[in-house]
Design a binder for this molecule. Structure first.
Ligand code: CIR
Length: 309
């Protein structure tokens, strides 16, 4: 994780928030997030804030952790480039001090760009959002690193006509292996369409011939008619998609048998609580509204690493 700088007020924003960021509240929310993550994981490594980097708290965009692979990214916003070096040094020192731990370090190289917020592992396959922040070169470099290890990497175009979506994970997150939450809006449905056609090709997972592929027109009425109930469907035999009414809540953190979601969205909470009940998971809610004003999703303030001994 990374500390929150006071310069956070000057963070990048897709749109100016109607109510400006309350810095004190942002610190309180970040402190609550830090406390919960500390409870749920074994240990937290905290990188100090850099006042010259207003967005540095969003550490997810600078580092990927997949098994024993640690990949230093190359963020698409030039303003965020200076965030990378301290994160890289922190990871390097962590493993230098623990020589028995396994880690292989990689770095995304120019001209490729890649934000960690555009990368999601669904339990079998790595989705990489093609956005203003992540380009095709970033996808190709991830492929070169991960596909020899048996992880398929799929580039998926992220489109939002309303201009409210920064990253892939602003629309989708994995709540379990081969089970994703997707925002129930035009951008989310467009993503489902792009992802299902890509995943079928790239992963070679066959579609159940008896199960007709849902059309976009099928998804929305079903989701709406169930009014806050779980709206799950199997798009292909092994990928489960649950539509979530509030876009901010399509981004959850899964940590062991725990799920963390944004507080204050009752319709989405009913759906996510239902999944947790079904899967035997504990649900935690956190108000991260001040960080969301700078387009920060819940996952963006941490990088989860499973350290292999
Ligand atoms: C940015 O525009 O880069 C930041 N204000 C927000 C980054 C959020 N990152 C994330 O959700 N992974």
């Amino acid at each position: 994780m990374r500390e929150l700088p006071r310069s956070f007020l000057d963070s990048l924003k897709l749109h100016p928030p109607p109510v400006p960021i309350d810095l004190q509240k942002a610190y309180e929310q970040h402190a609550a997030y830090t406390k919960l993550i500390q409870q749920l994981v074994g240990a937290v490594v905290l990188v100090p804030a850099d006042e010259n980097c207003p967005d540095c708290v969003f550490i997810e965009d600078t580092l990927l952790s997949l098994g024993s692979h640690f990949i230093i990214t190359r963020p698409g916003a030039p303003e965020r480039s200076p965030e990378v070096q301290p994160v890289k040094l922190t990871v390097e020192h962590f493993f230098k001090d623990r020589p028995t731990l396994q880690a292989s370090m990689h770095e995304i190289q120019a001209p490729a760009t890649l934000d960690g917020g555009d990368v999601m592992f669904d339990g079998a396959c790595l989705w990489v959002g093609l956005t203003d922040r992540t380009n095709e070169g970033g996808v190709q470099q991830l492929k070169a690193i991960l596909e020899p290890c048996g992880i398929p990497v799929v580039g998926i175009k992220v489109l939002d006509p309303d201009g409210l979506t920064l990253h892939l994970k602003s629309l989708v997150s994995a709540i379990g292996d081969r089970h994703v939450l997707v925002a129930d809006n035009v951008a989310g449905h467009t993503l489902i369409e792009a992802a299902t056609s890509k995943l079928k090709i790239k992963t070679g997972v066959s579609t159940d011939a008896d199960a007709p592929e849902p059309e976009m027109s099928d998804l929305t009425p079903k989701a709406r008619s169930q009014g806050g109930q779980t709206c799950s469907m199997t798009v292909e035999s092994t990928l489960r998609i649950t539509l979530i009414p509030d876009q901010l809540c399509a981004n959850v953190l899964r940590i062991g048998n725990n799920v963390v979601m944004q507080a204050g969205f009752p319709a989405s909470e009913v759906i996510i609580r239902g999944i947790c009940h079904e899967q035997g998971l504990a649900l935690h809610t956190l108000d991260m509204s001040e960080l969301a004003k700078a387009d920060g999703a819940l996952t963006c303030c941490s990088v989860l690493a499973r350290i292999l001994v």
